[in-house]
Write a protein that binds this ligand. Structure first.
Ligand code: SAM
Length: 262
């Protein structure tokens, strides 16, 4: 029995055992010992997670056919095979209330949503090793000055160190995806507090990148009628030129203006 690949679930099964082994070997999980795999499919990565790593491994899979397959081939996992949608899980209540590492060959169609979910649960997730579409991997790992640096790069880099590690070609999947793939690792950078109003930081970064070609003067003016009181050079910059630290400073400065009488 094999699982029939379903396009709508982003099912491209990895067929190269060496790559699977390499991906699992990238996981450090040293401090936590607990791992959650997203989308195990037929268990290509799961196999190596269970082989001598010593990690307490759980898997979450949305596809019923894959879940049946996993129960047959990995009976030792038992109730640690969770059938469900990762995006809809209450991770602390339904998975673990203590930190765990995430691993997965992600369903590419929802990879950004998976990262937003990670950000909502960052205290629980100190490490992520995952395969995803190369273009998205590059974007997440790129720094200021790069054309592909964007919202997700800033949000994730605020909390994680990001390493771009392996390029993976389409022919090692069944069926092969139309895009190139890559493996990245995110490791918590130890920050527990951004040093600014976090909600406002999210809004400022989003607002700035929604009009990424515009100078900040134009993209963020909605936050305060006194925006011209900010540093004149800063106001001429574009969002892709700002580091995480500069976005934090900008957020603090905007908040200061917001508190002043208009
Ligand atoms: N890990 C397997 C491998 O490497 O061969 C399968 C990877 S495949 C790219 C992505 C897997 O994620 C599929 O098995 C798919 O059913 C599962 N999946 C898709 N959406 C999901 C979701 N929202 N929650 C959990 N699993 C999901």
């Amino acid at each position: 029995m094999t699982v029939r690949p379903k396009k709508n679930l982003g099912q491209h099964f990895l067929t190269d055992k060496n790559i699977a082994k390499d991906i699992v070997a990238l996981l450090k999980a040293t401090n936590v010992g607990k791992v959650l795999e997203i989308g195990p499919g037929m268990g290509m990565l799961t196999n190596y997670l269970l082989e001598n790593t010593g990690y307490e491994t759980s898997v979450i899979e949305i596809d019923h056919e894959s879940v049946d397959y996993l129960h047959i081939h990995f009976p030792q996992l038992k109730e640690r095979i969770i059938e469900g949608d990762f995006l809809r899980m209450d991770l602390a209540a339904q998975i673990s209330d203590t930190p765990f590492a995430l691993i997965g060959n992600l369903p590419y169609n929802i990879s950004s949503q998976i990262f937003f979910k990670v950000l909502e649960n960052k205290e629980l997730i100190p490490e992520i090793v995952c395969m995803l579409q190369k273009e998205v991997a590059k974007r997440i790992a790129s720094g200021p000055g790069s054309k592909v640096y964007g919202i997700l790069s800033v949000f994730l880099q605020a909390w994680y160190n990001i390493e771009y590690l392996i390029d993976v070609p389409p022919h090692v999947f069944d069926p092969p995806p139309k895009v190139q793939s890559a493996v990245i690792r995110l490791t918590a950078n130890g920050r527990t507090d951004l040093g600014c109003n976090e909600k406002l930081f999210f809004k400022v970064v989003k607002q700035a990148f929604n009009q990424r070609r515009k100078m900040l003067r134009n993209s963020i003016k909605g936050f305060s009628p006194r925006i011209e009181e900010l540093d004149a050079v800063l106001l001429t910059r574009r969002p892709e030129q700002l580091s995480v630290e500069e976005f934090i400073d900008l957020t603090n400065n905007i908040e200061r203006l917001m508190l002043l009488p208009t």
